[in-house]
Design a protein around this ligand. Structure first.
Ligand code: HEM
Ligand SMILES: CC(C)=CCC/C(C)=C/CC/C(C)=C/COP(=O)(O)OP(=O)(O)O
Length: 303
């Protein structure tokens, strides 16, 4: 083969890979992975036996596609804000690597596919609840709340907290109090998760004029709020054990994780160094991931 043609082909495939990476980045893959873990745990806890492969695969694919679509819409709607923040200015839409139109077509494709998968192979309730979560995050949180009130992430957090319920309804076709308890755990976890990062990025949010809590009420007030939510989280996390939904493995695991979270929140409030806010944010992600793995282990190896 001609050397120039071969080099041209190499350049084209490198370009294609780069474009695919940009589309992939817009789906917030790591966030969606954790959302899917919580949905998987919702599915497993909904049943005393093994769940069917069809529900598992179709449920996770549908919930994953709709969550990814919500994340892509967030990239489009927030392109002005993102272009003003050091953490996000390099994203594909503000950088001009992907046009808003193309991103929206991608989001529409993911949404339609995800909805059809849930409707055809899971059930209508799950399809509708997942669509409502997409609207909750992409429209209610991103378009309105984020720009309107420092309670934005508290209220908007409900959409991100929904996946355990979506997993549960995938298996049973109905809404259940135990599933709502899992939603409550993530709902209470979200403020300390996000506000820790918001403290670290306070100047970014102030510059972009986004009314996040550290911007509107100050860093000290935000630290107190984080500490109080972390205490509330410890209490809420005890409920699955207290109502007999989970056993000792969960009780021990969850208590250790919450003591860890409390340690970071305490340090952030009373003995903070430059890194403490980011360490607290990183720990929050480990906390939720391990908490849901522990719930799963407890479900299958309960004694
Ligand atoms: C309204 C609710 C939430 C807000 C405002 C929020 C905000 C954020 C922000 C701003 C980041 C930083 C992203 C970056 O570095 O580019 C982040 C990271 C992350 N969030 Fe959340 N989050 C929320 C809910 C959730 C939920 C429900 C989950 C999962 C169950 C989650 C999982 C994660 C993960 C895994 C990361 C790390 C992503 C990475 O390293 O790329 N978040 N979150
Ligand atoms: C269907 C379903 C379950 C939808 C939920 C989808 C979803 C991706 C929820 C995660 C919440 C999240 C990452 C919020 C951050 O947005 P931000 O705009 O404040 O953060 P950013 O500045 O990093 O974009």
């Amino acid at each position: 083969m001609n050397k120039a043609v071969a080099t041209g082909q190499q350049k084209n495939s490198a370009k294609l890979i780069a474009v695919c990476q940009d589309y992939y980045e817009m789906t917030k893959p790591k966030v969606v992975m954790l959302l899917l873990l919580t949905a998987l745990v919702g599915m497993c806890l909904a049943s005393d036996t093994w769940i069917s492969w069809q529900i598992l695969v179709a449920g996770l694919t549908g919930i994953g596609f709709l969550s990814s679509a919500a994340a892509v819409i967030n990239h489009v709607v927030d392109r002005r804000i993102d272009s003003q923040m050091a953490r996000t200015f390099n994203r594909p839409v503000p950088k001009g690597k992907i046009t808003p139109q193309k991103a929206l077509i991608f989001a529409a494709l993911l949404s339609v596919l995800g909805y059809i998968i849930l409707e055809l192979w899971v059930n209508r309730l799950t399809a509708l609840l997942t669509l409502a979560s997409l609207v909750g995050y992409a429209v209610i949180y991103t378009m309105y709340l984020k720009r309107a009130t420092p309670q934005n992430i508290v209220i908007g957090g409900l959409a991100g907290a929904a996946p355990p319920l979506l997993g549960w309804t995938s298996v049973t076709g109905e809404i259940n109090a135990q599933a709502l308890l899992l939603v409550l755990i993530i709902f209470v976890w979200t403020p300390p998760h996000f506000w820790a990062l918001a403290i670290h990025r306070e100047k970014d949010y102030a510059r972009a004029q986004v009314p996040m809590l550290p911007v509107t009420h100050g860093i000290d007030f935000t630290k107190t709020s984080i500490l109080l939510y972390t205490i509330l989280l410890l209490v809420v996390c005890l409920l699955p054990y207290l109502i007999g939904m989970a056993g000792l493995i969960y009780l021990v695991g969850s208590t250790l994780l919450n003591i860890g979270f409390l340690y970071y929140a305490w340090k952030l409030k009373f003995a903070s160094t430059e890194d403490t806010a980011m360490q607290t944010f990183k720990f929050s992600i480990i906390h939720l991931m391990v908490l849901f793995v522990v719930l799963l282990l407890d479900h299958y190896f309960r004694f």
